[in-house]
Every structure is written in structure tokens, then in C-alpha cells.
Design a protein. Structure first.
Lengths: 103, 115
């Protein structure tokens, strides 16, 4: 059983919408990572966090250690945000959320 | 330019072949990783090297053999693979490897097809 659960699996949004992707995990962590994977396979690390909240441009990541839950938010979404978003907890990965942003 | 370079980008091999995947990082990192991404499955960690010593091996079959000759280079030697080993193989590096609390920098991957 995969101990990192992401939701939703697929998400379609209109340009400009606010996006939320959720990640729950079942074991303690050193740090939780949010990754972005574009078609073709390349993966970019977006955030690494162990507490609180981090912001980078239109992206915000939050984590609640007590509830073992993290969220990735995208404000003012754009078609170039279309990608698969993956959360990673130590050695364990979520299955990914495929985001499509339509113009 | 990601700082982590993988070659080749694509590889097709027969089940009796022997081939190697190469990864090179120019970031001065101390840890390097091999990951496997199969179709419709989550990413899986295969191996972790920290300061050139293997610190993690996730019960990977012996037909996959990693080698880390120095902190900048990582290889994955392949022999007698099975069709189910067809996948995207990703290399990554980070400043520190044993506690997974450093940001990861990924290569673009090698797409392997075993025929």
C-alpha cells in the first residue's frame, strides 16, 4: 500500500482559477517535497518543507505535521502550469496529480 | 541546463544485452539517486549513494547494478532485463542524501524499452 496519497488524480481548470492539490502521508517525515513533471519526463523540485508554509511566485505549499497533510496551491493558473504534480515523503511518492489548465 | 545530465535519452535493448545508463552532476552535491518510473505507477526509489557509498537499496533485482565512482558520476548497469523493466529511469542529486531533507535536482531521464 502506497503510504502517500494524493488527490485529485486528475484536475482540469480554466485559466485564472485557483488550484489546490492535496497530499496525505502515514509516517513521519524529514521533509515533504513537491515536484512538477512536464510531458517528456523532466522533473523540477518546487518545494521542500517540514513545517508551515512556503511561497514561490504563484505557487504556495503548506504542511500540517500533526495531521500529516500538505497542500499545493496555484493562484491565477495558466496553461503553462499544465503538468503532473507529485508529492514525495522521504522515499515514498504519491501517484501524482495530472493538471490541465485550459485557456 | 538542469545541472544533472543523463545519457542516453532513449535506449532500446534486447533481453540478452548489457548496457549502462550514465548520470553526471555539476552541482557539487554529495548524494545521487536512481529512480524508476513505470507507466501508471508512482516513482520508485532504486538506489541512493551518499559520498560515493550506497546508503539505500530498495530491494532492486540484481539485473540492475549501480556504480558511483565519484560524487559527480553515477551509472546503472543493466543486464538480462525483462520487458517489464521498460520505464523512465531518472537520476537526481542533492546536497545531502541520508535524511532526504535537501532539494532534489533531476536529470531528464533515460527512456528504456526492453524488447
Amino acid at each position: 500500500k502506497n503510504e502517500v496519497e494524493q488527490s485529485p488524480q486528475n484536475l482540469t481548470a480554466q485559466e485564472g482559477e485557483f488550484i489546490t492539490i492535496n497530499c496525505s502521508y502515514s509516517v513521519g517525515i524529514s521533509a515533504l517535497h513537491w515536484l512538477q513533471q512536464h510531458p517528456g519526463g523532466g522533473i523540477v523540485s518546487l518545494f521542500m518543507l517540514s513545517s508551515g508554509k512556503k511561497k514561490h511566485g504563484r505557487l504556495i505549499a503548506t504542511i500540517n505535521i500533526q495531521e500529516k497533510h500538505s497542500s499545493l496551491h496555484i493562484t491565477a493558473s495558466h496553461p503553462r502550469d499544465s503538468a503532473v504534480y507529485i508529492c514525495m515523503n522521504d522515499m515514498r511518492f504519491g501517484a501524482g496529480t495530472r493538471l490541465t489548465v485550459k485557456p | 541546463e538542469t545541472g544533472v545530465t543523463q545519457t542516453p535519452r532513449h535506449l532500446v535493448m534486447g533481453m540478452t544485452n548489457k548496457k549502462s545508463l550514465k548520470c553526471e552532476q555539476h552541482l557539487g552535491h554529495n548524494a545521487m539517486y536512481w529512480y524508476k518510473q513505470s507507466a501508471k505507477k508512482p516513482l520508485e526509489l532504486m538506489f541512493v549513494y551518499s559520498l560515493e557509498e550506497r546508503v539505500e537499496n530498495n530491494s532492486v533485482p540484481s539485473r540492475f547494478s549501480p556504480e558511483c565512482p565519484n560524487s559527480s558520476h553515477l551509472f546503472l548497469h543493466l543486464h538480462t532485463l525483462q520487458p517489464e523493466d521498460s520505464a523512465l529511469y531518472l537520476c537526481a542529486s542533492s546536497q545531502e542524501g541520508q535524511k532526504f531533507n535537501s532539494p532534489l535536482h533531476f536529470g531528464n531521464g533515460t527512456r528504456l524499452t526492453v524488447t
